[in-house]
Design a protein around this ligand. Structure first.
Ligand SMILES: Cc1ncc(COP(=O)(O)O)c(C=O)c1O
Length: 423
């Protein structure tokens, strides 16, 4: 699903948010990440409409740059961060601590101390063992920390195995089956430095079906009923995580929110308690389809089995997702020429056989020097970018109404040399 603003003008030049992609490539170089800000605002509005701004926590791991953090703050949303680095970054950019949710399968003592000192809104507990550490950090800061307990519900989201986070083999969340989850709740309730606000579930990412979200809500509701019977505690909040895919036909935020409410209502009625506040943590849905990556074709090559590769000036360093998950982005030429169409594979410039961005795509014949655009690269591309083969990390430029607003610059040899010791 490319941004709605991705179009070709009458001369066949691709545009995004009213700006010509070839002009942006000339101004900022390639590879280049572009973010359609109008599309971003449209997607944020859809989630806010479905759940209420104060109940949407943008999962910043999908893309974390200062401009976006500021926008999320202005939009009245929460921010989901993982670990010390994302937390420090968000605080430094000025995101209000009380609207931050701190995640992580492991949170360092430093991260917990910082969260407690700054008054981070929620810490999401990921294992029984970390409860004492969270409580200790809160005690030292002289406060009680609001926490959510992340559960491993055993719901299969029918996505790539590496994006499935609540199945029994996953390292995330606290298992319901062996009594650990109930033990965590009892422990949190008994500790004066922990304020247990609710439960959390994130079943996975890139989910394209609605039923797993409903199943997760029902599993949370059923567990909440058990906890009520055992302890008398009923959650004020239920955080259903993120996970919405961006393929054509994937569920919408309002469908997910509605299914969550429908799934939970019978349990709340049985409990004679209100349906808890529902929180969502979208990452990919908000930023994925807003982003495109612009590459320059640096070569063409026919190989032994007869296929043609287009070689581009980026690859797995700016987009590791094809190699990690087999998630190949759709490709478009930046100029829709009359050249005869051909079927090609697109490879990056890295020394890895797996550095193939696309297989078997049909494009007008492109020559060295032409521009190629990968679609839907706004999520988990820049945030997972690497310096492999010492390729600089590409800049991100936000575009709105034809106006480009750079969010980050390309890094350089001078930046890398600053990290060297003793040369
Ligand atoms: C706890 C949690 N919440 C939210 C997200 C965001 O997921 P997505 O980008 O699929 O919406 C993730 C992604 O890994 C996550 O681990």
């Amino acid at each position: 699903m490319p941004p709605q603003s991705f179009t070709y003008d009458q001369d066949g030049n691709a545009q995004i948010a009213g700006a010509r992609i070839s002009d942006l490539a000339s101004a900022f170089g390639t590879p280049l990440y572009l973010m359609d800000e109008d599309e971003l605002l449209r997607r944020i509005a859809l989630y806010k409409e479905a759940a209420g701004a104060e109940n949407v926590a943008y999962a910043s791991k999908a893309l974390l740059v200062g401009k976006l953090v500021k926008l999320i703050a202005e939009e009245g949303m929460m921010l989901d961060v993982v670990g010390q680095g994302e937390l420090e970054f968000a605080l430094r950019v000025g995101f209000p601590a009380e609207r931050i949710l701190l995640h992580g399968v492991y949170k360092s003592p430093q991260a917990l101390a910082l969260a407690a000192k700054e008054g981070v809104g929620r810490v999401v507990v990921d294992s029984l063992d970390e409860l004492p550490a969270i409580a200790k950090a809160a005690r030292t800061a002289g406060r009680a920390q609001d926490v959510l307990i992340r559960l491993q519900l055993g719901v299969d989201p029918h996505t790539h195995p590496s994006l499935s986070t609540s199945v029994p083999r996953s390292q995330f969340g606290i298992s319901l089956d062996d009594g650990q989850a109930l033990a965590a709740i009892r422990q949190a309730l008994a500790d004066e430095h922990l304020a247990l606000r609710g439960l959390h579930s994130h079943i996975g990412s890139a989910i394209t079906e609605l039923p797993p979200f409903r199943q997760a809500a029902e599993a949370l509701g059923a567990f909440a009923l058990t906890v009520l019977a055992e302890t008398g505690w009923w959650p004020e909040e239920l955080d259903l995580g993120g996970g919405l895919g961006i393929e054509e036909g994937a569920p919408t935020p309002s469908e997910v929110a509605e299914q969550a409410r429908l799934g939970l209502t019978p349990f709340a009625e049985d409990a004679h308690r209100p349906v808890p506040r529902l929180i969502f943590e979208p990452g990919r849905y908000l930023v994925g389809p807003c982003g495109v990556t612009v590459y320059r074709v640096v070569g063409r090559k026919r190989v032994g089995d007869g296929r043609t590769y287009l070689l581009v000036d980026g690859g797995m360093s700016d987009n590791p997702r094809p190699a990690l998950y087999g998630a190949h982005p759709a490709m478009r030429a930046a100029h829709n020429s009359n050249a005869e169409a051909e079927v090609v594979d697109v490879a990056g410039l890295h020394c890895e056989t797996g550095d193939v961005l696309a297989r078997g795509v049909t494009l007008p014949r492109l020559e060295t020097g032409d521009l190629l655009v990968a679609l839907d690269t706004g999520a988990y591309n820049h945030s997972m970018a690497s310096h492999y083969n010492r390729v600089p990390v590409a800049p991100i430029v936000f575009v709105r109404n034809g106006v480009a607003r750079p969010a980050t610059r390309r890094d350089s040899l001078a930046d890398w040399l600053r990290f060297e010791v003793g040369i």
